[in-house]
Structure formats: C-alpha cells, structure tokens
Ligand binder design. Structure first.
Ligand SMILES: Nc1ncnc2c1ncn2[C@@H]1O[C@H](COP(=O)(O)OP(=O)(O)OP(=O)(O)O)[C@@H](O)[C@H]1O
Length: 834
C-alpha cells in the first residue's frame, strides 16, 4: 500500500535530512569543510605569531637591515639573507619594512591581532573578542596612531629616527595636511578620533559639567529620542530641584507620635495602675510643599553616581569579568535610565484627612474599661499587680501583670466573659504577650482612627526604608508604622470576609510598591476575576504591567488567560533560574548587582531582571473554575520563585480548605487576615483563632515567621488610586507592557499542526536564521529584539525556522535547540531553499 505523502511528512523529512546528513546534501564547499577551516585558521595564527616576531625584531634591528634591503635586488639572496639581523630573515625583514616603515609605523602591530583573532575563530570556533568590531577598531587605531605619530615626527623634524613610529602613511598624511592648513592638522586628527568614538561606541552624552545652580538637569543624561519638550523640561528640572532637594535630604519628619501615656493619679483598687492619656497623636502641620519622591530618594539599588547610559550591548567580555571599557565609558549600568525622566508619584496625590479622624479614646472610657477588666477578673478570683493601657488606632491594649500564682490559661478562658462585661465586640486576649511578660487584652475603641495612606507614606520608616519591596502594612497597636518587605515574605496569602478591607489592602500594597519602585525595577501581573477591583491599574500598562505577548487586556480577568499566565510565569521562573545559574548567583539581588557592575554579558542573554509581583484578587473563583490547573502552577511558583524575584499575593474571600489547599498554604509563610466569619476560617488562614474577633474596616492580623501582629490597614480611596495611576500613566512609558514568555497552552501545538508554509517565507527569514545560528539560541525574543519585530511576526519566524529544521521544537520552559551549528552550513541550506 502506498503511503500518502503529505506536506507535513515532507517537511519532517526535510528537517531530518537537515539534522542528520549535511554532507549528503552536497554543500561541502571548502569553507564548510572543517579540515579547510582548521588549516586556514592554523595558518592565520602562525602568520600572526610570525608577524609579531618579525615586527618586534624589526623595531630592534630595522636600521641595520634597511641598507641590506635597499640593495637586495642587486645582491644574490643567499648573501643578503645571511646579513639580515631580523629573527625571521630576509622575508621577515622585508614584510616588517613594508608594514612598519612604508605603511603604518609601530601601529602595524595591530595586524597580527586581527590575524590571530580570525585564526582562533576558525580553529576553535570561538571569538575572544567580537571579530568584525575589533577589526574595524584596530584598522582605525592603526591609521590614527600612524597619523598622530606622523604629526609629532613632522613637528620635531625627526623623520630619520622617527619613521618607524609613524610609517609612510602617517608621515605623508601630515605633510599633506601641513601644506593644507599648517600646524592645524592636529585638530583634524583629534576630530577624527572624536567622530570615531562617537559613532563606534554610540556615545550620545558627554561627561556632565556639574553646574551648582543646575544639579538636577546636570545629572540627567541626554538621550537621542528626547528632543521633545526640552525647554519645558529644563524649566521643570529647576523647579523639581527646588521642590525635591529638601525632600531628598530629609523627608519632612512628622513629629513622632508619642505613645500616649498618662498615669492615673489614684491607684485602682489598691493596685498600681498606669493608663494612657488622650492620644497626643499629631504629626505636626502638613508640609507646605508636597513631598516628592525622586529617584535619588527611593531607589534602593544605588544608582551610578554619574548617570550612565543603559548600554547593555557595550559589554564585550565573557561572563563574570567586568567589562572595563563599558564601565569606564558609561559607568555602572542604571536600569532606571530606560525611562530617565520618570517621576515618582508625589505624596500630594494622596488625600490628607483632618486630625479629628484620629483615635478618640477619652479618659473616662479608659478608666471605665480598666475598672471592668479588673472587676471581671476579680469575680473569677484573679488579682492583678498592674494594668496599663496603650491606645492604638482601632483597639486599646490593656496589658496586665497578674499576681503571682495565677494561671494564664484561666485568664484566656475568660475571653467571652470579659467581652460580655465590657459589652464590646472583638475582644482579643493575648496570653502571654510575646516578649513582654504581660497578658494583653485588646478592646476596640468606640471612635476608631482612620489611618490615612498619606500619613504613613510620608514617614521616614517608609520613605527611608531600604527593603527590596517595601509594603506599608499599617499601624500597630502602639502606633508604629509597620513596613514589611514583600521580597522577604516572600509570598502573601490574604483573606477576609466580604467588605472587611481586602480590596483596600491590595490597593495599599500596590500603592506602596509603585511609590518606591521605578518601572524598570518592578512589574505587576494583576489578576482580577471580579473584573472591577483592579481595573484602575490598567493605566499603568506601559510602565508597570506585565502580560502575555498576545494579550489584549492589561488586567487579566479570564480564567483561561490566568492559567496561561501562571504557566508563562513558570517559564519565566525557569529562564531566570538558568540565567542565575549561568551567572553563579544565588538570588535576584546578587544577579542584578552583578549586571549593574557590567559583569554579565547581554550577548549571552543576560539582562536586568525586574521584580515581578503577581496579584490575584479572588482565588476562590479561580479554584472553582480551574482547580488543579491554577493550584499547581501557584504552588510551584510559591515553592521556587522566591530567589528569582517573583512574588505572589493571593487574596480570597473564602479561606476554606478547598480554596486554600494544603499545597498552597504550605508555600505561603506570610498570611494576612481581615475579619473572617468563623473561627474555622481564622484557623485555615492563620493556623489560630482571632481573625473572627476583628472589627472590620481594615482591622487585620498579620502573621509571618509565626509572629502575629494586629494592625490597622491604611485607607486609600479609589480616587487616590485613580490620581496615582493617571500621574504615572500619563508619563512616557515603554512601548508596551512587559512581555512574559509565550505559553501556547491548549491553543498551541506542534509546528506541523500549525501548517507552516515554507514557500511563503517571511522576508526576514534568512536574517533570522543567521541570527539564531550565530547566537546558538532559538528564542523568539532574540529575534524580536535584534530584528526589531513585533512579537507575532517573530513567533511566525521561529515557526518557519522550526519547519526548515534550523531550530528544534518548542520545549516549554527551555529555549529551542538550534540544530545547525555553523553559519556555512546554514548558508548552504538557505541557498538550497532559495
Ligand atoms: N483600612 C481601612 N480603613 C478604613 N476603612 C476601610 C479600610 N478598609 C476598608 N474600609 C472600608 O470598608 C469598605 C469595604 O472595603 P473593601 O472594598 O476593601 O472590602 P473587600 O473585603 O474588598 O470586600 P469585597 O470582598 O466585597 O470586595 C471600604 O469601602 C471602606 O469604607
């Protein structure tokens, strides 16, 4: 029976041939033949060594040999040869004479360098330095050094001894220049060097002059693509400087909120008693000028002291060696120069609430509560040695020291009775208070304080925090601002019944990050199955958001897309691990630090890696619709992603065990709970009761490293979020959102299934093929970046390359294998295809 021959089979056959039998496909030209390469390469290396010896020898013995050389045609070779002093005899002397004396002078030593590099490339298939670039540079410097030396020789009238320095070319050029413009030739020589440096190294800025009156603009690099609004920007810069500078050096210090304490004059029931007074919680008059967060203020990764251009491409050395040239020329790599004029959101975008929203606990209320606590305990036969109160924003903490011999468990069991006698909801007893030697009883305040986002964001604790991903969590019972590092958590699980403050909590978290991070340092993936909560953030698309390449909505709402995004994030994680492994770094911080010091080669795929924070607003919904499909990648990311800067924040209304499964819970050490409906829910999320006793509106318990703190979450309103997003979104951003790696999911499939038509190849096909073979890296993003193509076109090209047998199949997280290993084989394939 005849096998039906279809297109797919023929493609596959072609590919197999391409992979397995290059010789049988009739493309062994002499260049492709490895033997010829070895022979030619060896010859070039030998020539390089020979020329170096001949040239060096000529520098020592050249003068003596010159007279023999000038007569060489007249005398028999045998005689002349014996008189030669050059190590490589008459041939060495002659070639050296031509290159050094007649042409380039001492700069001719560049020739063996080029020959040596070319030979190594052929023999070892390895470029110690990029060959074509180095060749161009060497040829230029040879001519230029010759010209400069020629100028000196002419000026000092020392052609007799100096001709080996400048050679014939350098001397003649200067004679010509002298006739033309006299001694002004040096200006032309200098200018030639300047032009070469500018074009060859792509210099777009010159070392800045620090003019004292213009420090801000002086520290900004000039960019080719920033011609617009220059004058306007300059004015802004001056204004910024006036506004910013004071904030930079000392963000307006709020008067520290004193812990409100007033001792009651009379001991209570014979016991020594301390109570706290009405809160004296003022943070001084509001700053007249809005506090402005600048780059200088807020970037924890120290930026280069001199602004440096983000010239990742300038790197030429192998991994782990500092690229001294790039470092000298451009300074440390500064990722924020991607968007050099980016302005951090200012504090005045946040609403300032009047003082009367502060916690109001009257002395009578304090006394009354204290009396009732003491009384209730006495009713159960418990006497106390002392009691003191600390007024927090939401609750007041009464700390008691029981008399000797009182069992702690007895006090704890009286929780409900004390609550009853105080007629208050949300009493929580902490017995014992960790590290205090006391027992704490938290009683909600009748008039609670609203902790405004602005008041916490302007504190030193936050503005001067050098955490990697600082998140302001709220105010503690003792009115301290609690700032946590999301990078250390490293993932956060958040729960809370409906209406208790989860969405506000997520907004606070995102706002903290946006205020502290430059768009080049942080990318957010926002998943919002409820479709309304996070929509405001879509204005940040071109600054802070990351998404799948073919995605049309910046905030992910569709379950299928969530699954694809999670899987794509797993690929990103694996890619990052490979980069870290290659760079021998243990975590993202080390890796980025190394990249900033230009010790990692972008040619090898290294790049500055921003933190990625994935926020899922409602996990329950996803677990119901996609179950294992979301659970597994979340668990995998939570287990592994901490070192490579991917952090998850997952919120849910329903902290039940089928949503927060054991697998998920085990990998989220940091948990945060707003008020939940039952003790069981509280146990599910925090592994202990207590969250059911909270009083709502952002009252929360935060558990990390087995410590639990009660905090009042700051309040940030939707119109504040809107203003912040508008402020950021209206600035110049990247061309598009940050692209996550492609993940085809069920819509993908093999290239055969996707019917690639090799007859209709993309016009850039040949170029793309050369690119992947040269880099030995079958990656869509490489094609996209280097050929400046859109994602879809680069994707089609990689499919066509796969169909042509140049790269292997899609292998999930790994880069595609490149099946053709040298460029000459590829050229032969391309010739046959065309
Ligand atoms: N930190 C806070 N300070 C003061 N009030 C708050 C705070 N957090 C929430 N609230 C109040 O509670 C309301 C509900 O909060 P939020 O929308 O965050 O609840 P939620 O838990 O996200 O509810 P849902 O799950 O239904 O979306 C807010 O509109 C606000 O009035």
């Amino acid at each position: 029976m005849t096998q039906p021959i279809n297109r797919q089979n023929s493609i596959r056959n072609d590919r197999t041939k391409a992979r397995t039998s290059p010789v049988s496909m009739k493309w062994p030209t002499w260049q492709a033949d490895r033997r010829s390469q070895l022979a030619l390469g060896g010859l070039l290396i030998l020539l390089a060594i020979g020329l170096t010896v001949a040239f060096c020898s000529y520098l020592l013995t050249g003068q003596a040999d010159q007279s023999v050389l000038s007569n060489v045609t007249g005398a028999p070779l045998r005689e002349s040869g014996t008189e030669m002093r050059n190590f490589l005899g008459i041939l060495g002397a002659y070639i050296a004479h031509v290159f050094i004396f007649r042409w380039f002078g001492i700069a001719a030593l560049g020739i063996p360098v080029i020959l040596f590099l070319s030979g190594c490339k052929l023999v070892f298939n390895y470029e110690f330095l990029p060959l074509s670039r180095t060749t161009k540079a060497v040829l230029f410097y040879m001519t230029w050094i010759s010209a400069l030396a020629g100028y000196v020789v002419l000026a000092t009238d020392s052609i007799g001894q100096g001709s080996v320095w400048c050679g014939g070319i350098g001397y003649e050029v200067n004679v010509w220049l002298y006739n033309l413009i006299g001694w002004g030739g040096i200006a032309i020589i200098g200018f030639a060097l300047f032009v070469f440096l500018v074009f060859f190294y792509g210099i777009t800025k010159l070392p800045s002059l620090s003019l004292p009156q213009r420090p801000v603009s002086a520290s900004k690099p000039s960019y080719d693509n920033e011609e617009e609004d220059l004058e306007e920007d300059d004015e802004d810069d001056v204004k910024d400087f006036i506004d910013v500078k004071p904030a930079t050096n000392g963000v307006q210090k709020p008067v520290p909120a004193p812990t409100p304490t007033v001792d009651t004059p009379e001991p209570l029931n014979g016991h020594e008693t301390e109570t706290k007074p009405e809160k004296v919680n003022g943070s001084g008059p509001p700053a007249k000028k809005p506090l402005t967060f600048t780059i200088a203020d807020t970037t924890p990764i120290e930026p280069a002291s001199e602004p440096s251009q983000p010239v990742a491409e300038a790197y030429a050395g192998p991994t782990d060696e500092v690229d001294e040239d790039a470092l000298k020329l451009h300074g440390l790599y500064d990722p924020t120069l991607d968007l050099p004029r980016y302005q951090f959101p200012t504090i005045d975008l946040l609403t300032e609430y009047p003082e009367n929203k502060k916690a109001q606990v009257s002395a009578e209320e304090l006394e009354a509560n204290k009396d009732r606590i003491v009384e209730t305990l006495q009713n159960y036969g418990i006497t106390i040695d002392s009691i003191k109160a600390t007024i927090g924003p939401t609750v007041t903490l009464y700390e008691i020291i029981p008399a000797a011999g009182v069992r702690i468990s007895k006090i704890k069991s009286l929780e409900d009775d004390i609550a009853l006698s105080l007629a208050a909801l949300g009493i929580r007893i902490i017995a014992p208070m960790p590290g205090q030697g006391t027992i704490g009883i938290e009683v909600p305040n009748k008039n609670r304080e609203m902790v405004a986002m602005r008041s916490v964001m302007s504190t030193d604790k936050f503005t001067k925090s050098n955490f990697e991903l600082p998140v302001v969590m709220g105010k503690t019972i003792s009115n301290e601002i609690y700032v946590a590092d999301l990078a250390k958590m490293p993932h956060l699980l958040m729960a809370g019944a409906t209406g208790q403050g989860k969405s506000v909590g997520l907004n606070v978290l995102l706002t903290s990050l946006i205020y502290k991070k430059h768009p080049s340092q942080l990318k957010l993936i926002l998943v919002d199955p409820k479709k309304v909560e996070l929509t405001l953030f879509n204005k940040l698309e071109r600054h802070f958001l990351a998404q799948l390449p073919d995605s049309d909505e910046p905030i992910i709402t569709d379950t299928k897309k969530v699954v694809n995004t999670l899987n794509s994030l797993c690929i990103e994680m694996d890619n990052r691990y490979n980069l870290l492994k290659d760079a021998q770094c243990r975590n993202l911080k080390e890796y980025n630090a190394k990249f900033i010091q230009r010790r990692l080669n972008p040619e090898k795929g290294h790049k500055f890696l921003p933190y990625i924070v994935l926020v899922i607003d409602e996990l329950a919904d996803l677990m119901m619709t996609a179950g294992k499909e979301v659970e597994q990648p979340i668990a995998r990311l939570a287990q592994l992603a901490r070192a490579i800067g991917i952090h998850l924040v997952v919120a849910t209304q329903r902290p039940s065990v089928n949503v927060i499964t054991g697998l998920i819970k085990a990998n989220f050490p940091a948990r945060l709970s707003f008020k939940v409906t039952s003790k069981i829910d509280s146990r599910t999320i925090l592994d202990t009761g207590g969250a059911e006793q909270l009083v709502g509106m952002g009252d929360m318990l935060f558990s990390s490293n087995s410590d639990i703190v009660r905090l009042q979450c700051p309040f940030v309103d939707t119109n504040e979020i809107e203003d912040i997003c508008e402020f950021v979104g209206s600035q110049r951003g990247y061309d598009s959102a940050y692209n996550l790696p492609e993940f085809a999911g069920d819509d993908g499939g093999s290239v055969e299934e996707r019917e690639v038509d090799l007859e209709n190849r993309d016009p850039m096909f040949d170029e793309a093929a050369r690119l992947v073979v040269n880099h030995q890296q079958g990656s869509t993003s490489l094609i996209q970046r280097r050929l400046k193509l859109g994602y879809n076109r680069a994707g089609r090209l990689i499919d066509q390359l796969e169909a042509a047998g140049i790269v292997g199949a899609f292998e999930g997280s790994k880069a595609r294998e490149v099946l053709i290993h040298d460029i000459s084989t590829l050229e032969e394939i391309l010739k046959n295809m065309n």
